[in-house]
Write a protein that binds this ligand. Structure first.
Ligand SMILES: [Zn+2]
Length: 235
């Protein structure tokens, strides 16, 4: 408890010390003279010192501004493997449920390959950087589609590299997975053909590029170098 309080105080002090006008985090709506390094290769200007957003969270938050309901009273949102910086904002606006395979990481423990809820329960779903960990990703997609209401939207982001998805589910060695798929707990490397998996589930897919969302000067302020686009699905 005390350690948590100390960490929070340190973070508040650091965010205060880094106040400025060079960078902007749209997730927490604050300006800084610098972001913190982040990512596995400790890239520069990556992490927001206040809310810990990374590039991909900031780009997604921008894209979501066109989707979030202005009046979301009573609207239900499902957040799978919740990113804390986005969760803090979304739970203020929606009838919000977060789930994860690990009970400690969310409001409810849930395997999204078997969602114990009726069809058409949610108005919106966020399930980002999850499917690359799930062997039967098509079953998870079917379940997400089932519990989304008609005309609902879903943010289903995965790491994408190249055109073709690389997948061999017989490979279970963590080191080989890390070499082939970029991380020891990833079961595949998606390519741009991920779109076909989404479409075959029934989703319509909109690919929104960062240039569609903001001008180049604002892009610099948001520090989005590692990200190019957001995929938004609709039912
Ligand atoms: Zn922030």
């Amino acid at each position: 408890m005390l350690r948590n309080a100390g960490r929070t105080a340190l973070k508040v002090a650091r965010a205060y010390a880094l106040q400025g006008d060079r960078y902007y985090c749209p997730v927490c709506d604050r300006h800084f003279r610098s972001f913190l390094p982040g990512g596995t290769s400790r890239r520069r200007q990556v992490r927001c010192p206040n809310c810990d957003s990374l590039e991909r969270h900031r780009l997604l938050w921008l894209a979501l501004q066109n989707l979030l309901d202005t009046d979301s009273t009573g609207k239900k949102l499902l957040h799978v493997a919740p990113e804390p910086c986005l969760a803090n904002r979304l739970k203020q606006q929606y009838d919000y449920l977060s789930v994860d395979m690990e009970a400690a990481n969310a409001m409810q423990q849930m395997d999204i390959c078997q969602i114990p809820l009726p069809d058409a329960t949610f108005d919106a779903i966020l399930c980002n950087h999850v499917l690359e960990h799930i062997p039967n990703d098509m079953q998870a997609l079917k379940e997400l589609f089932r519990v989304l209401k008609p005309k609902g939207w879903a943010s289903i982001q995965v790491p994408i590299s190249g055109e073709q998805t690389q997948e061999d589910l017989s490979i279970t060695d963590p080191q080989i997975r890390a070499t082939l798929y970029g991380q020891s707990d990833h079961v595949r490397q998606y390519g741009r053909d991920f779109q076909q998996r989404l479409k075959s589930t029934g989703f319509e897919v909109d690919i929104v590029s960062k240039a569609d969302l903001v001008n180049s000067k604002t892009l610099q302020k948001l520090s989005l170098d590692s990200e190019d686009e957001v995929w938004i699905c609709r039912k």
